[in-house]
Design a protein around this ligand. Structure first.
Ligand SMILES: *[C@@H]1O[C@H](CO)[C@@H](O)[C@H](O)[C@H]1NC(C)=O
Ligand SMILES: *[C@@H]1O[C@H](CO)[C@@H](O)[C@H](O)[C@H]1NC(C)=O
Ligand SMILES: *[C@@H]1O[C@H](CO)[C@@H](O)[C@H](O)[C@H]1NC(C)=O
Ligand SMILES: *[C@@H]1O[C@H](CO)[C@@H](O)[C@H](O)[C@H]1NC(C)=O
Length: 439
């Protein structure tokens, strides 16, 4: 019902859109958690809330390992593009809708800030996995084009080959072993329920796709690399900016992903930190952490990016569920929470987390954590997003932070209920607290 309604609405809007310039554009895509009731990846029908939470923790650990692998491979292959960009971070936690072609064909794709390529399953499929929507049919789009081997964006891809027809064939692998292969192409992109189209967006027409994509129709890369959707906005004279607001794993709401120039009212910004070895990821500069108002003591430079080998730093990532702090910071942070949270302890090893408790009621109180970013902006995570409900019937909650070696990640649980702005033009990242299910 909903899909038919949105599609009809969309057809009406796209007629009006034909006369509206794309410059300075501002689009809204709907995003949902992969466990949202209408997500093609939801496991709600056959898993308990606890099982779904534990699976999310396991996926988070896998993603953190995939990013670590990417960083390790890049560190030993500095300067060799085909290596530094050949392993991407893996499959994300949120889905977004996007339409490709004229007339638009609508897809539900994984949104990923840790990789760049935009791709969808494409006819004629050699090896496609099952998905809910029809696969993209290039022959049905009047604006579809194959890109040639000499196209500048083809040259940005890590792994390409030229066919007889001079078409840019690509292969793109993720850190968890997932892969998409096909024809690098271009077409108009639009968003259901938003006016206007972005012309000539390069994307992978994937004819051989395999891995942990569930039944999602493909993936939209939102990293900083040249082939990502946000970077390509520049080619249409649109500000390379996006923002999103994330809801939690048990939420039945969707929320917005805004592309192009967006309002910055009330947003606190901090400069993006450059990492020339790992240019896709979004690094922010952390200058301090407080737990319940008390400053945490940790070695200086724990969050510095090493520009020689690309290790270190704090990555802001939508596809990693937990927050991971380098061990020398994690240890004192964990100790602070252990001292402050006095509810009965529960063994968290079967959940994959270090500090779990069983409070007497579902609305227990937990200390907050504040991440102090360069340029004076404070990112506050309230207690109920620091301790996550694992198992609604038992009220068991766990600290949603873990330790890691070599670099840190600000994960999506911490980001929930913040408007997060990624501004590639001004090279800054911003945020403000907001109830995402109301937007
Ligand atoms: C972006 O939006 C602001 C107000 O929201 C406006 O003043 C500015 O001109 C816009 N910039 C572009 C490039 O559209
Ligand atoms: C730094 O802070 C100042 C003052 O709040 C602000 O005007 C400026 O835009 C910020 N710079 C960045 C890069 O965030
Ligand atoms: C940065 O990485 C290089 C190469 O791995 C290493 O030799 C150097 O000690 C590192 N610098 C710091 C400050 O850790
Ligand atoms: C969980 O919390 C609710 C109130 O929020 C309470 O009624 C219930 O007894 C608690 N369950 C357990 C197992 O403590």
């Amino acid at each position: 019902m909903d899909a038919i309604f949105i599609f009809t609405f969309y057809l009406l809007l796209s007629f009006a859109a034909a006369v509206i310039s794309a410059a300075g554009g501002n689009w809204r895509a709907e995003i949902m958690h992969r466990e949202h009731p209408s997500s093609p990846l939801s496991t709600a029908s056959h898993k308990t809330p606890r099982e779904r939470f534990v699976a999310a923790v396991q996926r988070s650990h896998l993603r953190a390992r995939a990013i670590a692998h990417h960083i390790e491979v890049a560190a030993v292959n500095v300067g060799a593009r085909q290596f530094t960009s050949s392993v991407h971070s893996g499959v994300g936690e949120y889905l977004m809708n996007i339409a490709i072609g004229t007339p638009p064909q609508i897809f539900t794709t994984i949104m990923d800030t840790g990789s760049d390529l935009v791709w969808t399953q494409c006819d004629p499929c050699n090896e496609c996995y099952p998905q809910n929507d029809a696969v993209f049919n290039p022959a049905a789009s009047s604006t579809y084009q194959l890109l040639s081997c000499t196209n500048p964006l083809c040259l940005e891809l890590p792994s390409t080959a030229c066919t007889g027809a001079n078409a840019c064939e690509y292969g793109y692998g993720y850190g968890d072993g997932s892969i998409t292969e096909g024809y690098f192409s271009s077409d108009s992109v639009s968003f259901p329920a938003s006016v206007g189209t972005v012309p000539n967006i390069a994307f992978g027409c994937g004819v051989a796709n395999e891995g942990n994509f569930g039944a999602a129709d493909g993936l939209v890369g939102l990293g900083q690399g040249p082939v990502s959707l946000v970077s390509q906005l520049r080619n249409a004279n649109i500000e390379p900016i996006f923002s999103y607001c994330l809801v939690g794993i048990y939420s039945t709401s969707t929320s917005p992903l805004l592309l192009g120039n967006a309002s910055t009212v009330g947003i606190a910004f901090t400069p993006l930190v450059a990492n020339p070895i790992n240019p896709t990821f979004y690094y922010a500069g952390l200058t301090g952490i407080t737990v319940n108002g008390a400053q945490i003591d940790y070695p200086a430079n724990s969050f510095a990016v090493n520009a020689t080998d690309g290790t270190g730093g704090l990555i802001v990532d939508s596809g990693t569920t937990l927050t991971y702090l380098v061990q020398e910071v994690y240890t004192p942070v964990l100790q602070a929470f252990e001292a402050l949270v006095t509810y009965p302890r529960v063994d968290g090893s079967s959940i994959g987390l270090d500090l779990c408790v069983s409070p007497p009621s579902a609305d227990a109180d937990y200390p907050n954590i504040v991440y102090q970013f360069a340029n004076g902006s404070n990112f506050e995570v309230p207690g109920n997003n620091v301790f996550l409900l694992v198992d609604p019937p038992s009220n068991t909650t766990c600290l949603s932070i873990a330790g890691i070696q070599g670099f840190s990640i600000l994960g999506n649980i911490h980001q929930q209920d913040h408007m997060m702005v990624f501004d590639l033009a001004a090279q800054q990242i911003g945020f403000k607290s907001v109830a995402c299910n109301t937007l």
